[in-house]
Design a protein around this ligand. Structure first.
Ligand code: GLN
Length: 242
């Protein structure tokens, strides 16, 4: 088996070690004997989404999001929309999450027209929502720990489910108690950096989703995740004391 990952805008959207999520996916696949190839696609490079099994988009500040707008709307938007409707697995973080929605209107009034691949939109606020946080994820019957840093407040449309409910921190907008978005095989979250290393259950679920789409039902072998679970539980305990 082989999984082909596209890292979209790797040189522009990559905050707080977001790329570590790709390393984590690659390693957990290799440990199970699954081959993996990752290719970066950035500004000026054509995206042929049908070549890939999984697309990863990291976070970026308002400036970076504005820089890529012209390129995004020059062909990548149509590719992303079609691939998401076709069930490609996507993991999108923060600025990348916002990019899947209809638009992001910054606090300074700049309106970035995004892909609209997922029915959601984001509005900038004066407040920065920053810190370690955690949320429950019913789909996986687990708690997810992460780190958020955004001023954008994201609101989901009717066909889009949240990834979970905030237990500590802000999540999508600090108002409705929701965090992240789930639509088809899209997993979108505000959680940066070591999201997947600290949440191995989520990592395997995303990989399983991509593999099942390509090869039909298949199970990833369980692994000894004692260290990862210890890191996860430590953060859960710390955040529960807040
Ligand atoms: N620019 C966006 C915001 O502040 C996204 C930031 C990020 O990716 N960390 O809301």
């Amino acid at each position: 088996m082989e999984l082909k990952i596209c890292h979209l805008y790797p040189d522009i959207l990559n905050l707080y070690g977001d790329r570590g999520n790709i390393l984590c996916m690659e390693q957990r696949l290799r440990w199970r004997g699954v081959d993996v190839v990752t290719e970066g696609v950035s500004i000026g490079e054509m995206l042929d989404a049908s070549q890939y099994d999984l697309i990863f988009v990291g976070g970026g500040q308002d400036f970076e999001q504005e820089v890529l707008l012209e390129d995004l709307n020059g062909g990548k938007t149509a590719e992303l929309k079609a691939a998401i409707e076709d069930g490609i697995a996507v993991l999108a973080i923060c600025g990348g999450y916002q990019m899947l929605g209809h638009y992001y209107e910054t606090w300074y009034g700049q309106k970035c027209a995004f892909t609209g691949a997922v029915d959601l939109y984001t509005v900038g606020s004066k407040q920065r929502m920053i810190g370690n946080y955690m949320f429950s994820c019913d789909e996986l019957d687990t708690t997810i720990v992460g780190f958020e840093n955004h001023s954008g407040k994201t609101y989901l449309g009717s066909g889009v489910k949240p990834m979970g409910k905030v237990l500590s921190g802000y999540g999508n907008n600090g108002e409705d108690g929701f965090e992240g978005a789930r639509y088809n095989n899209v997993f979108a979250t505000y959680s940066h950096g070591c999201l997947l290393p600290k949440n191995p259950k989520l990592c395997d679920h995303i990989l399983q989703t991509a593999l099942t789409r390509k090869y039909g039902a298949c199970e990833l072998q369980p692994m000894d995740d004692a260290l990862e679970i210890a890191a996860h539980d430590y953060m859960c305990a710390r955040l529960s004391q807040k």
